[in-house]
Design a protein around this ligand. Structure first.
Ligand SMILES: [Zn+2]
Ligand SMILES: [Zn+2]
Length: 284
């Protein structure tokens, strides 16, 4: 299941890019990044309940997709991106269940529905969570018991830090650069950590953000299906964005059953683009 190491050459610092990739020392260096895909499915997961299409009946484990989430392990820290309703199941089968912090892309249930299970990480401290202020405000509405003055013993205790669209922020000593994108009318965030950019639920991304990501070694980005959709990029739109960013390698996530069979569709993609699948582990 491991693609390690990938034949990727780190890109040199790009003109016009404020955050160079120079901190990345490359394969074999002390800054190796490991990415573990916990889930690569759209909001319903694949198969969605009550679907009986041929993809949903596939016996290929790569066609079973839990809700989109990933762990980034970098410089000794483990950063979780999104915490959806499959979080518990995902952590039970993860290669390592240690987590230091959570980054949230947006408030939709398929990205935050597992936060109650973070209680296992809050026994001796408040768990650090980084998100836009609007996401934190909505979390407080949805999970008021986590923010109560005298919380019920055992509930997850979250230490939320508001981040904005532009400023890099530090997570456990690691610099993270937000990547603002639009999810239909909703402004949401992707994240750049060292040689990785992780973007999900994007419908549109600005030329400026594409410029800043040009040549990144590893890009994760969403592609829902073949037909256009109002709030998610479809495959052709995603491939267009990837071609403009020109990453070393790109992996697609947040897919519906309508993306097709992993084994068939993966073969049709450009040589540096792959469908991700649950439990795929990439070391860079
Ligand atoms: Zn989603
Ligand atoms: Zn969403």
């Amino acid at each position: 299941m491991s693609h390690s190491p990938l034949p990727v050459t780190p890109s040199p610092h790009q003109e016009g890019c404020e955050e160079p990739y120079s901190s990345y020392s490359g394969i074999g260096g002390q800054d190796n990044l490991q990415l573990e895909f916990l889930g690569t499915g759209t909001s319903t997961g694949v198969p969605p309940l009550r679907c009986n299409c041929e993809v949903c009946r596939s016996t290929d484990p790569r066609d079973k997709r839990l809700r989109a989430s990933a762990i980034v392990r970098y410089r000794g820290k483990s950063i979780l991106i999104d915490c959806g309703p499959d979080f518990r199941q995902q952590m039970l089968r993860a290669t390592d269940d240690h987590l230091d912090a959570l980054l949230l892309t947006h408030i939709h249930y398929d990205h935050v529905g597992g936060i109650d299970d973070l209680r296992a990480y809050c026994f001796d401290r408040h768990f650090p969570v980084y998100a836009r202020q609007d996401v934190i405000d909505r979390l407080r509405e949805r999970l008021p018991y986590c923010f109560a003055e005298n919380p019920y013993p055992g509930v997850p205790l979250l230490d939320c830090t508001a981040i904005n669209d532009t400023d890099p922020f530090m997570v456990e000593g690691i610099q993270v650069q937000p990547i603002p994108v639009m999810h239909d009318q909703l402004p949401i965030l992707g994240f750049r950590i060292g040689p990785l950019a992780y973007i999900t639920d994007c419908k549109t991304i600005s030329d400026q953000q594409i410029d800043r990501l040009r040549g990144i070694p590893l890009l994760v980005i969403n592609a829902l299906r073949h037909k256009p959709h109002h709030s998610h990029m479809h495959l052709a739109a995603t491939l267009d964005v990837i071609a403009r960013i020109n990453p070393g390698q790109a992996y697609l996530t947040h897919m519906a059953d309508r993306i097709g069979f992993h084994a068939q569709v993966d073969k049709t993609l450009p040589q540096n683009v792959h469908l991700a699948y649950d439990q795929l582990l990439i070391t860079l």
